[in-house]
Design a protein around this ligand. Structure first.
Ligand SMILES: [Zn+2]
Length: 219
């Protein structure tokens, strides 16, 4: 899943209004920020095979550290502790931890069986990716709901707060559509570095846009 993770992060702003959208993005996509690093290190493995639809070309052969439920709970706790230490915002720390773990649940629903509960465990997955229409419908509805919640929980402080935010959403949607229309690149060093840069670009863009908006609710 791609846009669905960011949709949940957008929605989470309602629950933790003082947490930057950049932090919420980083938490929801943490597994996908770590994964290319572990690919580079040779600790995790994936490959590309032409598939019946664009979602089914990526085979995640071995992703126990970035994408197992147990390790994601661990990453979530670490992220939340670091966040709480830095900001003192307990509610935000809890939301951050839940977002990190939400990644497993969403990927479990979308992926083929490649999501283990723990390193070495049987890979699980419900395979929503088998249906292009189903995947687009689910991620589209999630994005609209996330946008609605985020836009209702914040208001722009200035023009950047309005256009910065909508440019972020346009960039995400265009990247998503682009990835479906272009053939996938082979998994290698260039792919991994590109994925790291893209992941952090999304986080930085969200943090920047969010700084130009203010929360309507304060909890
Ligand atoms: Zn993932």
């Amino acid at each position: 899943m791609f846009i669905g993770h960011y949709a949940v992060a957008l929605a989470a702003k309602r629950a933790a209004p003082r947490t930057s959208l950049g932090t919420l993005f980083a938490a929801a996509s943490l597994a996908d920020l770590l994964w290319p690093v572990f690919l580079l290190l040779g600790w995790e493995r994936a490959h590309i095979v032409p598939g019946p639809n664009p979602f089914l070309t990526l085979w995640l052969d071995f992703i126990p550290i970035s994408h197992s439920l147990i390790t994601l709970i661990g990453w979530g706790v670490l992220f939340a502790l670091a966040y709480r230490q830095r900001t003192g915002y307990g509610r935000g720390a809890l939301v951050v931890a839940l977002l990190v773990v939400s990644h497993w649940v969403l990927d479990f629903v979308t992926h083929r069986p490649d999501m283990p509960l723990y390193p070495g465990g049987t890979p699980l997955g419900l395979g929503l990716w088998n249906s292009v229409t189903g995947t687009l419908a689910v991620e589209g509805v999630m994005l609209v709901a996330g946008l609605w919640l985020y836009a209702g929980a914040t208001r722009p402080r200035d023009r950047t707060g309005r256009y910065g935010f909508w440019s972020l959403i346009a960039m995400l949607v265009l990247s998503y559509v682009g990835s479906l229309l272009t053939p996938p690149p082979p998994i290698g060093v260039a792919f991994a570095i590109g994925a790291i840069i893209f992941g952090w670009l999304c986080v930085a863009w969200a943090a920047w846009a969010d700084r130009h908006r203010e929360a309507i609710y304060s909890t």
